[in-house]
Design a protein around this ligand. Structure first.
Ligand SMILES: Cc1cc2nc3c(=O)[nH]c(=O)nc-3n(C[C@H](O)[C@H](O)[C@H](O)COP(=O)(O)OP(=O)(O)OC[C@H]3O[C@@H](n4cnc5c(N)ncnc54)[C@H](O)[C@@H]3O)c2cc1C
Length: 292
């Protein structure tokens, strides 16, 4: 590896000042699970690594008046064992059991999971189905973006060289909501996902009408995405065999998977169709359970 400076700021302001000082020649280093591979392979040769792991303010998972706030330095394992998330959004704890292995889960962070722009990830597609927004800091101030807009292309995000992603905000779900995530790995269970499908909706008591339908798809396009055509086929209607079938077919159509070692494009589209068809009724019934 090329020689680089190694810096350990303890505040976001300090990290941002260092990024500004290096003017595009420094890299944020969090868990290092992704970045260290790119450094060793020589794909990246920064002048400095700004290790943000000592910024305590970015380590918490907290409730806010609007929902939940997850700090960028929260690790996959922190999510896996969080009592607050187990109570509020158990789907996040459950999915983490299957992410990588315990060594990666202990080091790799939520911020890195998003900022790396890796296409084969789990959390981003669930966060998108939850209407997540992210807070981003730089020496010139802060901005907030819907998470979906952060992703641009394979390994490419809206984050600028001098910015630090600081928080993920998850708004409270409407009443009578449910969410589920299905992750499919085509090779081994410890492999990165081949397909991820997150479905969230609320169901109107009495009428049974589907509202706030979100279908997040992971690993089947250059970025995590919402299957908007599929959502529209379910939104505002009752769940029937016909609209379920149509929505599953629409999701398979609107994604854009690559053929690779994990499966052909056709196979992945077929899996998206099958997983959407399986997951939507489950979420619908969970959202309906307990209603009079
Ligand atoms: C063996 C292995 C298996 C994996 N399996 C899975 C899996 O099953 N599911 C899954 O979702 N992921 C998986 N991953 C990916 C991994 O979880 C993510 O890459 C990880 O979350 C990245 O976090 P990190 O803290 O290690 O990021 P780093 O490696 O430190 O950084 C990654 C990139 O993000 C930037 N960055 C990091 N944090 C910030 C921030 N706060 N603000 C701005 N930029 C930032 C860095 O500059 C760098 O460009 C796997 C990775 C490995 C190595």
């Amino acid at each position: 590896m090329k020689h680089f400076e190694y810096l350990e700021p303890t505040t976001v302001a300090e990290a941002c000042a260092l990024l500004k000082q290096y003017d595009g020649e420094a890299r944020v280093f969090a868990g290092g699970s992704s970045l260290s591979i790119l450094l060793k392979q020589g794909f990246l040769q920064p002048e400095a690594l700004i290790n943000i792991k000592n910024i305590e303010a970015l380590r918490s998972i907290e409730e806010s008046p609007d929902g939940l706030v997850i700090g960028a330095l929260v690790t996959h394992h922190d999510i896996e064992i969080s009592d607050l998330l187990a109570e509020r959004l158990p789907v996040l704890c459950e999915l983490e059991h299957d992410v990588a292995n315990i060594r990666v889960r202990n080091m790799a962070t939520v911020g890195g999971n998003i900022a790396s722009g890796e296409p084969l990830t789990d959390l981003p597609c669930v966060f998108i189905a939850l209407d997540a927004t992210v807070r981003i800091a730089s020496a010139s101030g802060e901005r907030t973006l819907p998470l979906e807009e952060v992703f641009v292309d394979y390994y490419e995000t809206q984050l600028k060289d001098d910015e630090v992603l600081t928080q993920v905000m998850l708004p409270s779900l409407p009443p009578h909501s449910a969410i589920d995530y299905v992750r499919f790995s085509s090779s081994s269970v410890v492999d990165k996902p081949c397909i991820g499908v997150a479905v969230r909706m609320s169901v109107e008591p009495g009428s049974g009408v589907c509202r706030a339908v979100r279908i997040g798809l992971g690993c089947v396009a250059s970025t995590p995405m919402r299957a908007r055509k599929a959502e529209a086929l379910l939104e505002g209607g009752l769940l029937s065999d016909e609209n379920l079938k149509a929505a599953a077919a629409a999701a398979a159509e609107e994604c854009n998977p690559l053929s690779d070692l994990r499966g052909s494009e056709r196979y992945k589209r077929e899996m998206v169709r099958a997983l959407v068809k399986r997951t939507v009724p489950k979420v619908y019934h969970e959202a309906t359970a307990g209603q009079k």
